[in-house]
Design a binder for this molecule. Structure first.
Ligand code: ATP
Ligand code: MG
Length: 429
């Protein structure tokens, strides 16, 4: 019978890679916890309306990337393409933003977008997202950026990512700029790429984001959003820059950085790397002061970001920054042959697990010759093999064989084993 395959762009995470994911997730959640951020979990499926209203009708995501379907009740549902809208929905529904509360939250999980699958671009991908609600001042923008900078430091990739920073001002400033930009671009309409021509009507600011070199060349002469900024946004941006300077975080001001979602205002930023080809943005975010109100809440300022787990894992691998100690290799492989030996070894293994909680012990199951078991012990990556046959079982001893070091094999009493292992595998904690 034909084998059933997974859906294109939706990958399995295999054991060989899951340790890296766990390492990344625990490093991130560790840093976030120390900054006072708490985890929130929400469903993968939401009403389609949530994303239309928040991300914006004329964005790539809503126009062509959402997995939307009718359920058996004829309701239109969508697999979440991102987490911010869901997070706001969950906060409002559960009263987390009542009485102007400040909330520092993070989430992780799969997101779904119908895109062309390629390296670093999938249809089911994973994000770790951070949202901070209730603070309007630029100190919290700086805080969320500092979180990411510290994280890159901990992951050992700090010098391989750069921070692109911009401010897109208030809604009103953007509307004024939009008029000026459209006026300018209309004079060059025929030279714009097709996508940009289409966006003239629907979402002209996104033209700044165009990948077309000829459009980018035209944009060199275009009016700059910076000249249209409102005073509040300008001051906000200055404060943010001062705080980042004080923290020693460098950045590139990129006036063309506008981000693909409608809900942003003021600060926008991206962390990019040149090590992953075209999919070089590993983390992106910004301020979205209008979104909470837009989704039916009392107005609440907010800022956040999301990072792409797959892209970060690729980057860690590319830069050889996967720590060796996250490997799932056992410390000890327990070789056992004989009826009596099986019972004795099983008991001894469980005792060791109680006595040395951090010990990674692989007990051989399923029988087989000593020779074949030794092969498995060697392949397992374990540092030490423990060997018990029926004779050893009777005498209450065990043979200890070092698999990686030139140390002579030893026979010792069972009750001396914990001390020996703790010493031999120093650093077990
Ligand atoms: P891009 O410009 O690469 O399409 P985006 O602006 O659509 O990214 P965001 O919505 O800001 O991305 O998502 C934040 C992060 O999530 C991105 O910086 C990236 O690391 C990751 N990401 C987004 N889309 C995908 C995808 N299809 N596959 C893998 N990772 C993704
Ligand atoms: Mg995209």
């Amino acid at each position: 019978m034909a084998k059933i395959q997974s859906i294109r762009g939706m990958n399995d995470l295999l054991p060989a890679d899951s340790a890296l994911w766990q390492y990344l997730e625990s490093t991130v959640s560790g840093v976030l916890g120390r900054y006072g951020y708490q985890e929130i979990r929400f469903p993968i499926l939401e009403q389609t309306e949530l994303f239309k209203r928040s991300i914006g009708e004329v964005t790539d995501i809503v126009e062509k990337e959402m997995y939307t379907f009718k359920d058996r009740n004829d309701d239109s549902l969508t697999l979440r393409p991102e987490g911010t809208a869901c997070c706001v929905r969950a906060c409002l529904q559960n009263g987390l933003l009542d009485n102007q509360q400040v909330q520092r939250l993070w989430y992780t999980g799969p997101m779904f977008r119908y895109e062309r699958p390629q390296k670093g671009r999938l249809r089911q991908f994973h994000q770790i997202g951070v949202e901070s609600f209730g603070v309007a001042t630029a100190d919290v923008d700086a805080e969320v950026i500092m979180i990411t900078a510290r994280l890159w430091e901990q992951l050992g990739i700090r010098e391989h990512v750069t921070l692109e920073l911009n401010t897109i001002g208030s809604l009103e400033a953007r509307a004024n700029y939009r008029t000026a930009l459209v006026e300018f671009l209309q004079q060059h309409f025929n030279d714009l790429d097709e996508d940009s021509q289409r966006r003239m009507e629907s979402n002209p600011l996104r033209i700044l984001d165009s990948k077309s070199p000829s459009t980018q060349a035209i944009l060199d002469q275009a009016p700059s959003l910076m000249d249209y900024l409102d005073d509040d946004s300008r001051e906000h941006f200055e404060t943010l820059k001062t705080l980042l300077d004080a923290a020693g975080v460098s950045y590139n001001i990129n006036p063309r950085l506008v981000r693909g979602l409608d809900y942003y205002s003021k600060t926008v930023f991206e962390w990019v790397t040149d090590k992953l080809g075209a999919q070089g943005t590993v983390c992106a975010g910004g301020r979205y002061d209008g979104l909470v109100e837009q989704l039916g809440g009392k107005p609440a300022p907010a800022v956040g970001f999301a990072m792409g787990v797959e892209r970060l894992c690729l980057l860690l691998q590319e830069l050889d920054k996967v720590p060796a100690e996250i490997a799932a290799d056992p410390d000890v492989y327990f070789v056992v042959a004989g009826q009596q030996a099986q019972t004795a070894a099983f008991q001894l293994a469980e005792q060791l697990r109680s006595q040395i909680p951090a010990l990674k012990l692989q007990l051989h199951c399923g029988g087989g010759s000593f020779k074949s078991q030794f092969k498995k012990a060697d392949k397992s990556g374990a540092a030490i093999a423990l060997i018990v046959g029926d004779n050893e079982a009777q005498e209450g001893v065990v043979n200890v064989k070092w698999l990686r070091d030139e140390i002579e094999q030893k026979t010792i009493k069972n009750d001396q084993l914990p001390a020996l292992l703790i010493e031999a595998l120093n650093g077990l904690s």
